[in-house]
Each structure stands twice: as structure tokens, then as C-alpha cells.
Design a protein around this ligand. Structure first.
Ligand SMILES: Nc1ncnc2c1ncn2[C@@H]1O[C@H](COP(=O)(O)OP(=O)(O)O)[C@@H](O)[C@H]1O
Ligand SMILES: [Mg+2]
Length: 283
């Protein structure tokens, strides 16, 4: 098995599909588990992920609190060598590197996507987003052909499978994550489900559940907080508890390597309740 951090790349050649939102939440969830996380934003224009982490740092300063967070950087150049150097530097002291990419075909986004250990493609529940992976027949909604992007990833995975043997790299896991579920009507959602299942068999991705449509995911941006920041959010309603669980399910569904050690073992997500009780009674 390869040593070095696990690289998680959020990519989809389309804007507004939830890449940055999902990336931030996954990065913070891993940090909450005690993992050392670095977040590289390749969307130098929008910098959504970077801004989220800046806001988080600012909240820590303003409230004089400490929160699990990531080392965050933006790469705004256009040199693959420079980006690789930044990645190598961060690799020395981190367990996970999270890349957020711009929603367009971009050489750097391609570069990191084809080298991902886990490639996450968020998709809103809409055939407009689905089109980025495959095209469906207008009458039957059967998948007609793969998109250019799906072909690209398919090729990358083939090359990667060879490298897996040659350089003992990990195999790439491609996960399509549904975002903003519950937003569209049930019939449309079912059609998308069917088309995704069909396509996943042909292209070799997995479908994992993501975040549902919730105002809270947008509202927390200015403070840089997430639903995992217990004790810093004020009063939470039941829907927020459901959302927190949804976040844990998302991270669990990515099948990432386990976080071995960390400064905050009591923050481990999904720790069995018996463990929690043991920790609490030890405290
Ligand atoms: N699960 C969600 N619920 C509500 N709003 C969301 C959700 N995911 C994303 N958004 C909103 O949708 C917009 C696009 O999301 P973003 O993560 O920036 O997408 P991308 O990075 O792919 O362009 C943002 O305004 C974001 O706040
Ligand atoms: Mg973005």
C-alpha cells in the first residue's frame, strides 16, 4: 500500500453542484476525528472552500475558541510542477489532502482528479447535472452515452489500475455523491436513481448519499462552523440533528482509510455509544 496522505478530490466540470460545500464538510469532519487535514483550493477565482476556512479561523479568533480545522491553501498559478510541490510539502505533515476544483475543464483539476485516491463527484438531483456523466434518452430516460468527463475518468482509472500494481498505489475509488436531495419531486428523483444505477455499472463509480437541501449548509458559511461544532452553534432543532447524522453518513459512505491517531479521540465520528460512555466516565 502506498504511504503518504489519502487524496480526496472534489471534481465535476460544472459549477454549483456542491463541490465546495461537500469538500468543506468532509475536511472538517475528518479534522473532528483527529485527522491532520490539508485543504487545497484550486478554484482561485471563487475560493469557496478557502473562504470557509478563513471564516472558521476568524470565528476562532473572535470567540477565542479552538476548533478542529484544516491547513488551507489556494493554488492560483497554472503550473502542475508547482502544485505538485505544494502537495508534496503538505503531504509530509497531513493524513488527508482535500482538493476542491473549479467547475470547468481545467488542466490542474484534471491533474488532481486523475491522481485521486478518492474522487468525489457531487451531483444535484437533476438531469442537467447528470448530463456531465452521461446522456439519457429523452423518451425512456435510458442512458445513451457517456460524457467526455466519464470517459476521462474511465481512462484515468485504467492507467491508475496499472500503476496500482507497478508503484503500489491505491486504486481510485470514484464516488458520485447526491447533493441537495429532497429538492426535486419524487418522480424525477426516481428516474435519476435508475439512470445512475445503470451508469454506475458501466463506468464503475459508486453512488453515496450526500447532503440534502438545507438552508443551514448555506447559513453556516459566514461563521465557518459546521453542524459538527457542538456547543458553538446555539440551540439546535431536530432537523439539525438529522443533518448532523446525514453528514456522518456522507463521510462514512466515502470509505476513507481509518484515522489512526489524533488529538481529539473523543470527537471520533460514529464512535459506538459504549465507547462514548467509557470516555465520558473516564473524564
Ligand atoms: N446541501 C445543500 N443545501 C443547501 N444549499 C446548498 C447545498 N449544497 C450546496 N448548496 C448551495 O449551492 C450553491 C453551490 O454550492 P457549492 O458548494 O458552492 O457548489 P460548487 O462548488 O460545485 O460550485 C451554494 O450557494 C451553496 O451554499
Ligand atoms: Mg466551488
Amino acid at each position: 500500500m502506498s504511504t503518504g496522505p489519502h487524496r480526496i478530490v472534489f471534481a465535476n466540470e460544472k459549477g454549483g453542484t456542491g463541490k465546495s460545500t461537500t469538500a468543506v464538510h468532509v475536511a472538517i469532519a475528518l479534522a473532528c476525528q483527529g485527522a491532520r487535514v490539508a485543504a487545497i483550493d484550486l478554484d482561485a477565482r471563487q475560493r469557496t472552500m478557502h473562504r470557509y476556512f478563513e471564516n472558521r479561523a476568524e470565528t476562532m479568533r473572535r470567540r477565542a475558541i479552538s476548533l478542529p480545522t484544516a491547513t488551507f491553501e489556494v493554488y492560483s498559478g497554472d503550473s502542475i510542477e508547482e502544485l505538485d510541490a505544494m502537495t508534496a510539502r503538505l503531504s509530509e505533515s497531513h493524513d488527508f489532502i482535500v482538493f476542491d476544483t473549479p467547475g470547468r475543464d481545467d488542466p490542474l483539476a484534471r491533474h488532481v482528479a486523475t491522481r485521486a485516491d478518492t474522487l468525489v463527484t457531487p451531483l444535484n438531483d437533476s438531469f442537467v447535472d447528470f448530463d456531465l456523466i452521461g446522456q439519457v434518452d429523452a423518451e425512456t430516460f435510458k442512458v445513451r452515452r457517456l460524457s467526455f468527463y466519464a470517459e476521462l475518468i474511465w481512462e484515468a482509472r485504467k492507467k491508475r489500475a496499472m500503476a496500482t500494481i507497478k508503484d503500489s498505489r491505491r486504486e481510485m475509488d470514484w464516488v458520485v455523491v447526491r447533493n441537495r436531495t429532497g429538492f426535486t419531486e419524487a418522480r424525477n428523483q426516481k428516474r435519476i436513481d435508475t439512470a445512475l444505477t445503470e451508469l454506475s455499472k458501466r463506468v464503475g463509480f459508486r453512488v453515496a448519499s450526500g447532503l440534502s437541501e438545507r438552508v443551514i449548509y448555506r447559513e453556516l458559511f459566514p461563521s465557518g462552523l459546521t453542524l459538527l461544532d457542538k456547543g458553538h452553534l446555539g440551540e439546535l432543532g431536530t432537523s439539525h440533528l438529522v443533518a448532523r447524522q446525514e453528514l456522518r453518513t456522507l463521510v462514512g459512505g466515502l470509505n476513507l482509510p481509518p484515522v489512526v491517531s489524533g488529538p481529539n479521540p473523543e470527537l471520533h465520528l460514529d464512535a459506538p455509544s459504549s465507547t462514548k460512555t467509557a470516555l465520558e466516565s473516564a473524564a
